[in-house]
Ligand binder design. Structure first.
Ligand SMILES: NC(=O)c1ccc[n+]([C@@H]2O[C@H](COP(=O)([O-])OP(=O)(O)OC[C@H]3O[C@@H](n4cnc5c(N)ncnc54)[C@H](OP(=O)(O)O)[C@@H]3O)[C@@H](O)[C@H]2O)c1
Length: 330
């Protein structure tokens, strides 16, 4: 019988995660018909988690809420009517209830089982960023071998996934970053061109891509960084905005809009999943698992922190990284 108490990182008001998150103990409920108890093994910290806690995200939870939306765990207890084959299965945490918790109770029949050959830490990062990178490279440009994709926040988990998936298709990537020290490690991860995110970067990107098609630009920052991405594209290219790390408005380069027919649009995986439904969302997730299995996709993990060390985890998350921070149980 597992310990009958759990812990969770909760917030009762929207605000700065450092200020509003609290570690709370709770009694694990008795399981009802069809329910299982899941022990969290690994849970991601994503920018969108912080946006949800801050109250700025497109989809907010009612309060009080548990933080986090992505993670995996192990089924450790079965309620009445649940088949014994569920015991010990690795499953995705049902994200809508929060992932930054030691235990979750869920109906077994709604759970997504994680393939047994995918490591928990990689699985805990498989359902948000890799599917986003897959869709970004598939839905907005007819990318051919030898083409280039330009992106900012190249060292983000989505950015690295874009680099890895593009490389597997013979597509080149030009990545903007904020620190010189990222150039070598990113090249080791498969990046073709890595340049500092500055207006001069357009020249370096144009030199590297000379004569090749650059039909796609990816923006997850906002502000002037988007101008660099847009100005690096070929005529008729598309800039897709899928994040806003600075909180600044996306700046449009008027000349490129008019004379180069550059298009701007947005992408949100939550909307894609809702629109396409559970079967297609699961198929997309399985595609991500397959890419992990084949060694095409690998998310760097900088460190795992137990839930109780959440302040250290958030501080590390806010510092320059080239890998994700995860929570472990405890
Ligand atoms: N629309 C969607 O469906 C969707 C899905 C997944 C992710 N996203 C978005 O994709 C982006 C990346 O997510 P992730 O999980 O891959 O991130 P991550 O691995 O946690 O990395 C965060 C990235 O943001 C950069 N960054 C942070 N603050 C910044 C600032 N003030 N100015 C410029 N750059 C800044 C970091 O650069 P440094 O290392 O230099 O700090 C790093 O490259 C986020 O905006 C996220 O919300 C969107």
């Amino acid at each position: 019988m597992p310990d009958r108490r759990g812990i969770a990182l909760i917030y009762e008001e929207y605000g700065n995660p450092d200020e509003v998150l609290k570690l709370q103990e709770f009694a694990l409920p008795e399981l009802r018909d069809g329910e299982v108890l899941i022990r969290m093994d690994a849970a991601a910290i994503h920018p969108s988690d912080l946006g949800m806690i801050g109250g700025s995200y497109g989809n907010l939870r009612g309060l009080p809420a548990i933080g986090g939306r992505e993670g995996v765990g192990t089924v450790v207890e079965l309620g009445p009517g649940v088949g014994s084959d569920w015991e010990g299965k690795q499953v995705r945490l049902p994200g809508e209830g929060g992932a930054w918790t030691s235990h979750v109770v869920s109906r077994a029949d709604v759970l997504s089982v994680v393939p047994s050959d995918i490591a928990a830490e990689q699985a805990a990062l498989a359902a948000v960023n890799p599917p986003t990178a897959i869709r970004l490279l598939r839905d907005f440009a007819d990318l051919q071998e030898g083409d280039w994709v330009v992106q900012n926040a190249g060292n983000s988990a989505v950015g690295i996934a874009v680099i890895q998936l593009a490389r597997a298709r013979g597509i080149n990537t030009a990545s903007l970053v904020r620190r010189e020290g990222l150039v070598t490690p990113m090249k080791e991860l498969g990046a073709d061109l890595v340049v500092l995110d500055h207006r001069d970067a357009v020249g370096s990107i144009r030199d590297a891509t000379a004569g090749a098609r650059v039909p796609l630009g990816l923006n997850s920052i906002g502000g002037t960084s988007v101008l660099t991405v847009a100005q690096s594209l070929s005529d008729g290219g598309t800039v897709v905005t899928f994040g806003g790390m600075t909180g600044e408005k996306v700046r449009f380069p008027t000349r490129q809009l008019i004379f180069n027919d550059i298009r701007f649009c947005g992408f949100w995986l939550d909307r894609w999943n809702r629109k396409h439904g559970r079967v297609e969302a699961e198929a997309l997730l399985n595609e991500a698992y397959e890419a992990i299995r084949q060694g095409v996709l690998f998310t760097n993990i900088e460190e795992m922190y137990p839930l109780k060390d959440y302040r250290k985890a958030l501080e590390h998350n806010g510092s320059g990284r080239i890998g994700k921070i995860l929570f472990s149980n405890g």
